[in-house]
Design a protein around this ligand. Structure first.
Ligand SMILES: [Fe+2]
Length: 264
């Protein structure tokens, strides 16, 4: 029997209806793998327990963080970069792959979990970043990231480092890749959002050529909660979000989790 690489993101398991869906996930074959492209939950114990549970079912689980994994109140001990490091350490203990680990290969394809964040560059060309942030505030489109991530770390600087780090590692890969990131690698999927101002928190223009530069068969992302495949310059960008329960009623019927790759 062949095994399948499945993809999901935006599990948001603090909602009981979503937790039930995640607990019901089962591989079809013992050799199946699962990509989890961020936004598992906000609490560290809930994130680790959920991924450990999935890892007991799937022979490999590949995680990359979303913005919700980074959410922290000022009173919390682990914030910003320290929070990410802690998650990587805890997930390694339960044998979940992180963006800091060697990229695994599924058949011929190297699966590359990235973590490239955003830098407010997804914005209209005539606005500076601070003007665009002000416009988003006026439109009541500001994401909670400004309350729960931005106070703890310089996000654009971290984004720039992450893009450089990802480029450096991807440059050493031979053969085809599947790029996995919480945020879309290109701006186009964000143009479908009801409030386009929200795109500020949805990625960086610095990853636009990643699919071409690194021999990608496609890219998997989440964050937008608009599950759909979009082709950009011939490359597939697939949003694999589960999304919040109230959003799921509006979503088109779809296969979930997404069967992304098969191998004999
Ligand atoms: Fe999400």
């Amino acid at each position: 029997m062949s095994s399948t690489l499945w993809s999901v993101s935006d599990l948001h398991v603090s909602f009981p209806a979503n937790r039930g869906k995640v607990e019901a996930l089962q591989p079809k074959d013992p050799g199946d793998w699962l990509i989890v492209a961020g936004d598992v939950a906000e609490r560290i114990d809930e994130i680790v327990d959920t991924l450990a549970h999935l890892r007991r079912r799937y022979s490999r689980v590949i995680w990359t963080p979303g913005n919700h994994e980074l959410f922290a109140r000022r009173s919390e001990r682990f914030k910003g970069r320290e929070r990410y490091r802690l998650l990587v350490d805890l997930l390694r203990e339960v044998q979940v792959d992180t963006p800091e680990d060697e990229y695994p290969r599924f058949g011929e394809v190297t699966i590359a979990p990235l973590f490239t964040l955003y830098d407010y560059s997804f914005r209209p060309a005539h606005l500076s970043a601070s003007q665009a942030l002000e416009a988003a505030r006026q439109a009541r489109a500001t994401l909670d990231d400004e309350l729960y991530i931005a106070p703890h770390v310089n996000i654009p600087a971290w984004c720039e480092e992450r893009v450089a780090y990802s480029r450096q590692r991807l440059a050493t890969v031979t053969g085809p890749t599947l790029l996995v990131n919480h945020w879309p690698l290109v701006v186009e999927p964000t143009l479908r959002m009801a409030k386009p101002e929200m795109a500020l928190w949805c990625g960086t223009t610095a990853t636009r050529s990643f699919t071409r530069d690194f021999n990608a068969i496609g890219a998997v992302h989440g964050h937008l909660h608009m599950p759909e495949e979009m082709k950009v310059a011939g490359y597939s960008h697939l949003d694999v979000s589960l999304g919040y329960p109230f959003e799921q009623q509006r979503m088109p019927p779809r296969a979930w989790p997404y069967p992304t790759l098969r191998r004999p």
